[in-house]
Ligand binder design. Structure first.
Ligand SMILES: Nc1ncnc2c1ncn2[C@@H]1O[C@H](COP(=O)(O)OP(=O)(O)OP(=O)(O)O)[C@@H](O)[C@H]1O
Length: 257
């Protein structure tokens, strides 16, 4: 297990009152440090399960899953997570919501105040530091969540459909901001999305999953130059990647059209 984040013959079975659910079957993934990996797949193929296992929030059933060679059994300190629902604390202002990450890891939040303000500035939220979540738009709330995930400077950032609930304009804006931050910090990012175009725009590689049971079907390297401006989405090369991924889903019987 030499890579930064590796899964080897990973299986995850949920046991409930009904029949067991084989959510992940023989998953092999090898992610290099600094890589941006996007995961796409139909509903129920195990994307969130995989991410929760990586976050140490869900135990695996068999195989291995390791971060820097160390089995993941509890949430690694070296990791930040962003979920689709922003999970902001309504009774705390923006700054204090970002500082939650320090408290979660048992650090002294006061020592992270300056860092939190820097991150909020980077995500154009300086004017909102003392506002409450209810005063923010959906895009702003998700920016706060990203700042929170980045606060302790983790090497690994796990993102589960973070922009899925946002309108397309805000989504494009946040994708561009995320790319900029990633280029500046070179964190390793695992990003789940339902959007093929989002995956191609952001990813160094796009990992395609299928369901029943959840499997990795294909991994496609995206060789588009960085930084990728919004206009890259209008190029023939970009369209080829999108078509290739759609074709794969068609072959898997996931797209009928
Ligand atoms: N806690 C659980 N107990 C039992 N089964 C579960 C549990 N969580 C998920 N599953 C099942 O595991 C499979 C994978 O679910 P998961 O949420 O990981 O898929 P997903 O690809 O993230 O779906 P979506 O795109 O809709 O969010 C599904 O069949 C789901 O019903």
């Amino acid at each position: 297990m030499a890579g930064f984040l590796q899964a080897k013959e990973l299986n995850k079975v949920y046991h409930s009152e009904r029949a067991p659910v084989h959510a992940l079957e023989n998953i092999d993934i090898d992610i290099t440090e600094g890589e941006f990996i996007c995961i796409v797949g139909p509903s129920g193929c195990g994307k969130s399960t995989l991410l929760r296992c990586m976050a140490g929030l869900e135990p695996i059933s068999s195989g291995r899953l390791a971060l820097q060679g160390k089995d993941i059994v509890t949430p690694p300190k070296n990791m930040g997570v962003v979920f689709q629902r922003d999970l902001l604390l309504e009774w705390r202002n923006v700054l204090d919501n970002v500082l939650v990450a320090a408290e979660f890891h048992g650090y002294d939040a006061r020592q992270y105040k300056e860092r939190a303000k820097e991150l909020l500035a980077l995500f154009r939220l300086s004017a909102f530091v003392d506002r409450y979540p209810r005063e923010l738009s959906g895009g702003m709330r998700q920016r706060v969540s990203i700042c929170r995930a980045l606060l302790t400077d983790p090497q690994l950032l796990l993102m589960d459909e973070p922009f899925g609930a946002l309108d397309p304009f805000t989504r494009d804006e946040l994708n561009a901001e995320l790319q900029r931050t990633w280029l500046a910090t070179k964190k390793t990012v695992v990003f789940i999305t339902h959007s093929i175009t989002e995956a191609v725009y952001l990813g160094d590689r796009v990992l395609i999953m299928s369901r029943n049971p959840g499997r990795v079907e294909k991994i496609i390297p995206i060789e588009l130059q960085r930084p990728r401006g919004a206009a890259v989405q209008d190029t023939a090369r970009f369209a080829e990647y999108v078509v290739d991924i759609r074709e794969t889903f068609r072959e898997l019987g996931i797209y009928k059209g």
